[in-house]
Design a protein around this ligand. Structure first.
Ligand code: ZN
Length: 187
């Protein structure tokens, strides 16, 4: 693509270069579609109920650049995440599985699936030691963080966090803009 961009205007080199880029991109898209078809067929044939974590793909893939007045933060990291999600064809997989297993696909709300202990149900941000490790602060259950979250989703368990109380008062504290149960973010 870079070579084609640098080639002289309206040259054969430029045309040939861009046509090669287009072919590669088409192959990538076909590969992605093929994977989605095979995987959704496998899921529909193998399982009675298929549960997907309900991720807002539109929000997650929204441009991180922001506006001139409010420039976005962590643009490079978010762009990487966007690519990863889109490359996996997440939305397409969910859609095709729904077509092939009508009435047997459920969406589990995403919040707290990664902070809930899949063994005892306790929800605590302190259970999430790092991006990869889950250690329950209540029962001591240890698991890979992604596996723990997937187990919660498979069980249809997102969870509702405990109301936050001020010490001894029994009242609830006002919510801050930054949630205290926000999971650790990738570095
Ligand atoms: Zn636990």
């Amino acid at each position: 693509q870079r070579r084609a961009a640098r080639a002289p205007k309206e040259s054969d080199l430029k045309t040939a270069g861009y046509s090669r880029v287009a072919k590669l991109k088409a192959r990538e898209a076909n590969r992605r579609k093929d994977w989605c078809e095979k995987t959704s067929t496998m899921l529909a044939r193998t399982y009675d109920v298929v549960r997907f974590e309900k991720l807002n793909i539109k929000t997650m893939t929204r441009s991180a650049k922001g506006t001139i007045e409010e420039p976005g933060k962590r643009v490079a990291q978010k762009a990487g995440l966007n690519r990863a999600i889109l490359a996996q064809g997440w939305g397409l997989l969910r859609q095709r599985t729904g077509h092939k297993a009508p009435g047997r696909v459920e969406d589990v709300p995403a919040p707290y699936t990664s902070l809930r202990c899949s063994a005892c149900g306790w929800i605590d941000k302190n259970s999430r030691k790092s991006q990869a490790e889950f250690v329950c602060s209540s029962c001591g259950f240890t698991c890979n963080a992604d596996t723990n979250a997937a187990t919660n989703v498979a069980a249809g368990q997102g969870g509702i966090p405990r109301p936050r109380r001020t010490a001894g008062a029994g009242g609830t504290t006002a919510a801050t803009s930054r949630s205290s149960v926000r999971e650790p973010q990738p570095k």
